[in-house]
Structure formats: structure tokens, C-alpha cells
Design a protein around this ligand. Structure first.
Ligand code: ACM
Ligand code: ZN
Length: 520
């Protein structure tokens, strides 16, 4: 029986060989020094056999000084054994994820008995450095075990950025020692709309937050798998939950409450009060301590200017700083926070609204309202992540037959084929290609009441996104039919990992994507 070689995301090159190598309890393994994370993953997947300290071994995993592109690897299986090489440890981790996919699907979580691995030579490296997946935990709270499983599945698909959207109008989810009322007040709301609606009420108190230990646990878990966690702390908008706890940080001083409906909130941080920046610097001091990655996401989207236009403090700031209007005030706000984080050795990334009124130096842009913002930012010399609603919003329905689907973002549609055709460089002038770091999926959770539902929204679209971000774009475009064939086998792995994915149907209509901005 031929074991078909099906890898998602598709590697750069696969050359099938003859025969198999069989892994069993007698198989020996060697892993280079300096690749402890790889040894851990390999032991978990291949079984109890501990990794040897010396060659020769049946399975060798070696850091090498060879011209393999960053994060790339070479995996060679013969009837005699398995060799995995890469110039960096992350490349080796990706190689182990590929090896996992060469095992029988039911062994994807760990070998039991003997496992036949088909002979093959695989060369591989990613197309983009930023292969992301965003998850909104502000609208919903998901247990740490779920978050870790979410990250496991990202790593399995070679997605290397987990964008953790931690703060929202409807809930603040990260413990900050200096500001205990964030956990006591901002993390809790009195009710939630029924999924599929925006302003009904279930009359149930809801909330929670991640303790610092829980956050450290998630970040360390992701780090072991080569996934960087990018925290998002929203500002200046999407912050009324903070104002509910610290009303002096708003323009009017209150009354504020943690929001219980979806949509955009007018009450935002006051841009005129220095205490707001003191607060943010205090929060970021603890956030930077928890998240070692280079980028810190500061939100920046959907900030109404109505309070600022009537606030004496904000108007004074506009005059004092010589700003033209409230749009430049938003830019000034982002710039002040950006400079602070830059001084701490980090860079900010924000939604494309941070372009309004001019971008601070070094800021990266996440383009969600189409790709135009990303293209404009790239032309100004800024790095860009493409996440347009048209291809990347996983809170959208997966089928035009919405009645057959669980409630999702009203009147939306993002079918699997559309995700599969995503090209972060689409429409970007060639001279700016190097500014595009990659792309990502965004899973907003207004209509996603459970982890099960989150997995349903994420998969299999996440498989298509992984391939769009990792694999080379074939000159004729991607072949969706061929992908669907591979996905058929890959589903067995998702089953083994207990993923509640949507079963794609060959006739899932593609339909037209919604037009215009996403009205949250
Ligand atoms: C967004 O969807 N408001 C970034
Ligand atoms: Zn103000």
C-alpha cells in the first residue's frame, strides 16, 4: 500500500523515494546540542525512546552551516533512517512538524507501536516571515488549555505568530499588578448579546482574565514550538472597559461600564491627559516583561473622535502640539506610545487606521480594511502584514448557505477557496514586496461562544491560510482542487487531534465577499 505524501502547507519540493523506514521502540535518535526544543517535540511525537547524545542513530537531527533559507530545513527518509538538517532550531522544529505529517494520521499526537514513514527527500522554507493567526479573547474568554491547543495547531501548520487580542470594550483579559481594578472591574460585563445578533442580551454576567502565570505558561508553550506571541493592548479606542475601572482616563470622567453590546464605542482614552500615558507606560512595563517578542500590537483601529472634539484637554493638546485636527491627534497618540516602546527596544504594529494623520517611525501596519493601507504604508517605508477582511476574517460564514451554519458575522462570507487564493503580495508593486512581512487570519469572537466554535471557524480555513503564507505561489496560481484532495487526508490528522473543524463540501459556494469596511 502506498502511503501518499500529503503535507500541509505544501513544501517547496518533495521527491518520493522507494520503500519505508519503520520507527519502533528500538529506533535510536540523535539531536544536535542547542536544539533542546526539537528534542522535546521529537520525543513527544515519536515515543518514549529518549534522545541519544551521540551519533550514529537511526534518526539524526542536526544544526548545520548550510545555505538553507531562514526557517528552512531538509528532511530525508530512506529505508535506513531519517536525517533532518537546518541552520536554525526553528527550521528543525518545522522539519519535525513535517515528519509528524509523514506518520500515519492516527499517530499525529504520538507514535504507538511501529510507524512506517515513506522514503522521501523534502526541501522546504517559508515564503513569508509573518504567518499569523489572531484570536480575540476580549469578546470571549477561552481557557488556557484551549489557547495552548490553538497554539499547537498553529505550530503544526507552521504558523509562527499568535496574535493574542487581549483587551476590548467588552473585557480586559490580562492581569496587571499595578492596576488591580483591570482584573476586578474591566474583566467583567453584566451580559452578552446572543450569537448572530449585536445588541440583544442574555442577562448573564460574563468575564475572566489570564493571570500573569497563565500568560507566562502560554508564552513558554508557544516558544517551545517556535511560535511568537504578539500581545494586543488596544488604544486609544476599544478601551471603555478600562474606563469603567479608571474613569479619570476618559474625556468626560464617566459614567462608564464594560460594554455589553457589539459595535464601536465612543468613549476612548483621553488624548489630552498625561495620566493616560502614565497608565499606559505602567501597563506596558508589565506587558513587555511577559512578552519577549519584538512587536507589540497597540490596536489603533476604530477610534471615534467625538469625545476628543468636545474635550478641553484634547483640544489643548491639539493646540499645544500644533496638530491640525483629531486625526492628527490620533497619530500623535500612537506616536507617543510608539516612541516609548521604541525606547524599550520594541516596535509597534497597529491596524491600518494608524496611517491616519501620519505614521510614527518604525511602526508596522496590519492592513485589514483591504490592502490599500498596507500598500500605502509600504510605499512610506513601513513593514506590513496583510489581513484584509476579503480573505482573512475567520469570523465570517464559511458557506453562503448561512442557515446551515452556526451563527457568524451577519451577512458575511469567506469560503475556503477564497482563503486558499490569498496572496499577501496581490496588488503590491514589486519594489515594495520586501516590506510585506506576510499575512494572517483574524478570529473575532462576538459570534463565537465556545472553543469548539472557534475551531470550527478556524479550520479548515487555517490550513488554507497556512499554505497561502508558507508555500511558494505557483505561477498559474494555486490549484484548489488539488488542495482539497490533500485536505481529505489531512482531515484524519485534525480528527486525531480532536479538532472541531468544518467538513468542507465540494459544492460549498464561493459567493461574493462583503464589500466595504467591516461594521463591527
Ligand atoms: C478590526 O477588524 N477592527 C481590526
Ligand atoms: Zn480628552
Amino acid at each position: 500500500m502506498n502511503n501518499p505524501i500529503v503535507i500541509i502547507p505544501q513544501p517547496v519540493s518533495i521527491r518520493p523515494g522507494e520503500g519505508f523506514f519503520t520507527i519502533d521502540d528500538a529506533t535510536t535518535m540523535f539531536v544536535s546540542e542547542g536544539a533542546g526544543r526539537v528534542a522535546d517535540l521529537l520525543e513527544r511525537i515519536l515515543g518514549s525512546k529518549s534522545v541519544a547524545t551521540a551519533e550514529p542513530a537511526n534518526i539524526t537531527v542536526t544544526l548545520v552551516d548550510e545555505p538553507i533559507p531562514a526557517e528552512g530545513y531538509r528532511l530525508t527518509v530512506t529505508t535506513e533512517g531519517i536525517s533532518l538538517i537546518a541552520p536554525d532550531e526553528v527550521g528543525l522544529l518545522h522539519g519535525v512538524q513535517t515528519l509528524r505529517q509523514l506518520l500515519p494520521p492516527e499517530m499525529v499526537n504520538g507514535r504507538s507501536g511501529s510507524a512506517r514513514v515513506p522514503a522521501v527527500a523534502i526541501e522546504d522554507h517559508p515564503r513569508f516571515v509573518w504567518r499569523g493567526a489572531h484570536l480575540d479573547v476580549g469578546r470571549r474568554m477561552f481557557p488556557v488549555a484551549f489557547i495552548k491547543k490553538f497554539v499547537d495547531l498553529l505550530a503544526f501548520h507552521k504558523i509562527n505568530v499568535f496574535h493574542w487580542h487581549l483587551t476590548e470594550d467588552q473585557g480586559w483579559r490580562i492581569e496587571v499588578d499595578r492596576y488591580p481594578r483591570l482584573a476586578e472591574i474591566s474583566a467583567w460585563r453584566s451580559s452578552t448579546p446572543i450569537p448572530g445578533t449585536t445588541d440583544s442580551s442574555d442577562d448573564e454576567p460574563y468575564g475572566g482574565f489570564y493571570t500573569k502565570d497563565e500568560i507566562r505558561d502560554v508564552v513558554a508553550h508557544a516558544e517551545r514550538l517556535g511560535v511568537t506571541v504578539v500581545p494586543e493592548i488596544e488604544l486609544p479606542g476599544h478601551t471603555v472597559a478600562v474606563l469603567a475601572a479608571y474613569p479619570e482616563l476618559g474625556c468626560t470622567g464617566g459614567d462608564y461600564s464594560v460594554r455589553t453590546t457589539w459595535g464601536i464605542e465612543d468613549d476612548v482614552f483621553c488624548a489630552g491627559k498625561d495620566s493616560v500615558f502614565e497608565f499606559l507606560e505602567g501597563v506596558f512595563e508589565e506587558v513587555l516583561d511577559l512578552f519577549p517578542g519584538h512587536y507589540i500590537h497597540i490596536g489603533g483601529d476604530e477610534c471615534p473622535k467625538v469625545r476628543w472634539s468636545q474635550c478641553p484637554d484634547c483640544q489643548r493638546r491639539i493646540r499645544d502640539e500644533g496638530l491640525a485636527d483629531e486625526h492628527e491627534l490620533q497619530s500623535w497618540f500612537i506616536g507617543r506610545v510608539g516612541r516609548h516602546l521604541h525606547d524599550k527596544g520594541r516596535s509597534i504594529i497597529g491596524w491600518d487606521e494608524i496611517l491616519e494623520g501620519g505614521l510614527p517611525p518604525g511602526a508596522a501596519v496590519m492592513s485589514w480594511r483591504g490592502t490599500e493601507g498596507g500598500i500605502a504604508a509600504a510605499s512610506q517605508g513601513h513593514q506590513v502584514v496583510m489581513a484584509p477582511t476579503s480573505h482573512c476574517y475567520f469570523d465570517y460564514y464559511q458557506s453562503a448557505d448561512r442557515n446551515s451554519e452556526p451563527p457568524a458575522f451577519p451577512n458575511s462570507l469567506l469560503a475556503l477557496e477564497k482563503v486558499y487564493g490569498f496572496d499577501p503580495l496581490g496588488g503590491v508593486p514589486p519594489e515594495q514586496h520586501l516590506m510585506v512581512m506576510g499575512g494572517q487570519s483574524n478570529l473575532w469572537t462576538e459570534h463565537v461562544p465556545s472553543g469548539e466554535q472557534a475551531e470550527y471557524q478556524q479550520y479548515p480555513r487555517g490550513c488554507a491560510m497556512a499554505e497561502a503564507l508558507w508555500s511558494a505561489m505557483p505561477s498559474g496560481g494555486r490549484d484548489f482542487t488539488e488542495f482539497i484532495d490533500r485536505l481529505g487526508l489531512h482531515q484524519g490528522r485534525l480528527d486525531a487531534m480532536d479538532v472541531n473543524y468544518r467538513h468542507p463540501t465540494p459544492d460549498t459556494p464561493i459567493g461574493k465577499p462583503p464589500t466595504g469596511n467591516r461594521p463591527t
